[in-house]
Design a protein around this ligand. Structure first.
Ligand code: ZN
Length: 434
């Protein structure tokens, strides 16, 4: 088995190569293809075989990979790892380019709940997908990535914002978030932006019809701490979980699983999951149903499989930061590099319950991996994950777990090196037959 540092190096490379949820899905697809997983199209009929790896992609940014089991589905069920491909941030508006004060700026929309101040004074770039018309008049889609820093949100000097350290760094979402792209005085800003996208994609600008573009930080991930025991990058929430899940699925020691193993990575978690490809949509139900029917099961056998299934909803957790002691529940301080976090909430914002917790603790014990419990402060509203909605839709047992991290939804998040290995080990145990 690789060391924790080796796995984290792979994770940081995975993130550096995946600057938008469309790129995340493409990165996962490349790894699956390299491991002989076969892509399936939803519009086609599926002729599945047992002990084979497959994957489907819906709308370029949600991906479900699965390995069919050795035993009948009705006897073993599905073992599912769920995570999300998106991260909160800034997205470019359709008519984004405009002049202000002799500068060319791009108007942006806030996607999900980022810590906006962390986007200031960073070397920002753009990546996403564009849709265009090809020579035959067909609509096609292409991934694009500027790769170099092309945008910036410069801060106001402290001399012009004297109370910034007392009152906090705030940006008005409409007026103060447009990003500076250029000082060149181009006459028609929108056409100029289309031209830039044309140069980037190798298309003629008139072919480009629409786009979705994510603002990202070009700074690469790195290790830090005197013993390099921490790591940092953007999008740790939740690409660290996607990476751990995928690593468990591709683990060579799990050659012939009894159960059907599933990794479901959804877009749109950060905005509530309600979309054709989100966890609150039909995607996972559609895929699980089709797996069952394609393997020759009837509806009753499908329901029998669900009754024996289990889902681990993996998403990052809030580690204790001693500079802010009052933010945390005093008896549930989660510490970096001290084990996996089991998230509980009596109001079911997390899907964990005592039986799924016991099963998960058993897997941690089998792998000698430490675990910790997280409970939110009772006087602050708790966040949620894809766990409760997925478990409700399918009627399957589920647990919410994740690794501790600092600065969730900052453009530069941090976590612990040892914890990433802990997570991979327990997910491998979950997928293993024993
Ligand atoms: Zn998350």
């Amino acid at each position: 088995m690789k060391t924790a540092s080796q796995y984290v190096t792979e994770l940081l490379n995975f993130i550096d190569n995946s600057p938008s949820p469309w790129h995340v899905t493409d990165s996962v697809k490349k790894q699956l293809s390299a491991n002989n997983f076969q892509q399936l199209k939803e519009k086609n009929s599926w002729g599945l075989q047992k002990n084979r790896g497959y994957y489907i992609i819906r709308d370029d940014s949600s991906i479900i990979a699965f390995m069919t089991g050795n035993k009948p589905l009705s006897e073993t069920g599905y073992k599912i790892i769920g995570a999300h491909t998106d991260s909160p941030g800034l997205r470019v508006k359709p008519k984004a380019a405009h002049y202000e004060g002799g500068l060319l700026r791009l108007g942006v929309e806030v996607y999900g709940g980022p810590i906006l101040a962390t986007f200031s004074d960073r070397d920002l770039s753009l990546a996403g997908r564009i849709s265009y018309k090809n020579d035959k008049g067909l609509i096609k889609t292409q991934l694009v990535d500027f790769k170099k820093p092309v945008l910036r949100l410069p801060n106001l000097a402290i001399h012009l914002n004297r109370k910034v350290n007392e009152e906090g760094l705030k940006f008005h979402k409409q007026n103060e978030l447009p990003l500076i792209l250029s000082c060149a005085n181009k006459q028609l800003p929108e056409q100029y932006f289309y031209k830039l996208l044309g140069q980037l994609s190798g298309l003629e600008s008139k072919q480009i019809l629409s786009w979705e573009l994510n603002v990202y930080d070009t700074q690469k991930g790195s290790f830090w701490g005197v013993e390099q025991e921490f790591y940092t990058n953007s999008q740790l929430d939740n690409l660290a979980s996607c990476h751990a899940g995928l690593t468990a699925l591709l683990d060579k020691k799990i050659q012939y699983p009894d159960a059907t193993l599933v990794c479901a990575f959804f877009d749109h978690e950060e905005i509530g999951s309600e979309s054709c490809k989100g966890a609150d949509g039909s995607l996972l139900t559609d895929v699980l149903t089709r797996i069952a029917f394609s393997l020759g099961n009837n509806h009753e056998n499908y329901l029998r499989a669900l009754a024996q299934s289990f889902m681990i909803s993996v998403d990052m957790a809030h580690a204790y930061q001693p500079n802010f002691p009052t933010a945390y529940e005093p008896n549930h301080k989660v510490m970096i590099n001290q084990g996996l976090v089991i998230k509980t909430n009596a109001n079911h914002r997390y899907s964990s319950e005592s039986i799924s917790e016991a099963m998960f603790i058993n897997w941690c014990q089998q792998e000698n991996v430490p675990y910790q419990y997280y409970s939110h402060r009772t006087d602050i509203p708790c966040g949620s994950t894809i766990g409760p909605m997925t478990s409700a839709k399918l009627g399957i047992r589920s647990i919410d777990v994740g690794n501790p991290m600092w600065a969730m939804h900052s453009i530069r998040e941090s976590a612990g090196v040892d914890d990433h290995l802990h997570l991979i080990k327990v997910l491998q145990r979950f997928f293993d037959n024993s």
